[in-house]
Design a protein. Structure first.
Length: 257
């Protein structure tokens, strides 16, 4: 009887922990669940038009945290017409991200301004803003229910941009994320445009747990419901940790290829 009573107490305590969390806390834990301090990887970005024709792009990505800034370098390796194009992202915890892009045809690096962050990432259905973690304080959060996805019970969290300027920067007015209760992994995100119409759906697959306890998704698909296009991002090789130095994550380093 005592054993059964103890189990009941533990179950109630666990349930209280789950339901005492605010929607904002759930969203923040979901962001932290896929945040390794350093990594390197190679990936393929396939861009499909509304007839199923595909363009394939290969890229190399490296990321490392320096102080409280997460710095990421993305460099395209093929096809030849975009080879050498590179992007640099400084992901700040307490303010908007800084982004730069190097265009080899112009032989110069330029800053990506706020109004461009919601634009297409290299012609895909992903946006430039999708390449970095959103600022958690830019949104208001609401728990709108639970749903089961592939056998996993998920919180359904609605995040709405606080201002029109934030919406423009992110390229959407609100998003609805499906976050697994056991792991805080996000399995699907729906994006709504400025007219509150469903615009894009991102589905995230193949999470793999890393040695540091964090997770990393090896496949993401973004479907655009407005134009019938989709883009699929697949990680081919992944390495936790990086030997790159802070000087390698600078605007001048983008031009060295």
């Amino acid at each position: 009887m005592k054993t059964k009573l103890l189990i009941l107490v533990l179950l109630i305590a666990g349930a209280n922990t789950i339901f005492s969390q605010s929607p904002r806390e759930i969203a923040e834990k979901a962001s932290n669940a896929i945040d390794p301090d350093a990594m390197e990887m190679s990936a393929t970005l396939n861009i499909y038009d509304n007839r199923g024709n595909v363009r394939e792009r290969q890229l190399a990505v490296a990321s490392r945290k320096f102080g409280d800034v997460h710095k990421t370098q993305m460099r395209f390796l093929s096809p030849p017409d975009i080879r050498g194009t590179a992007m640099l992202i400084y992901d700040h915890d307490d303010k908007g991200d800084d982004m730069w892009i190097y265009m080899p045809s112009l032989r110069r690096t330029r800053r990506i301004v706020s109004s461009e962050k919601g634009s297409s990432f290299m012609g895909s259905e992903f946006s430039n803003a999708d390449m970095s973690a959103p600022n958690i304080d830019d949104f208001t959060y609401k728990l709108i229910g639970t749903e089961t996805i592939n056998g996993k019970t998920c919180w359904v969290i609605e995040s709405t941009c606080k201002t029109p300027e934030i919406a423009e920067e992110n390229g959407f007015n609100k998003q609805i994320a499906y976050i697994e209760q056991n792991t805080y992994l996000t399995h699907k995100v729906k994006y709504y445009d400025f007219y509150d119409e469903l615009h894009k759906i991102m589905t995230i697959f193949d999470y793999r747990k890393q040695a540091d306890g964090s997770y990393f998704a090896f496949k993401m698909e973004m479907e655009n419901l407005h134009n019938g296009r989709k883009s699929i991002y697949v990680v081919n090789q992944f390495q936790l940790g990086s030997d790159l130095q802070e000087r390698d994550f600078s605007t001048s380093a983008l031009e060295q290829f």
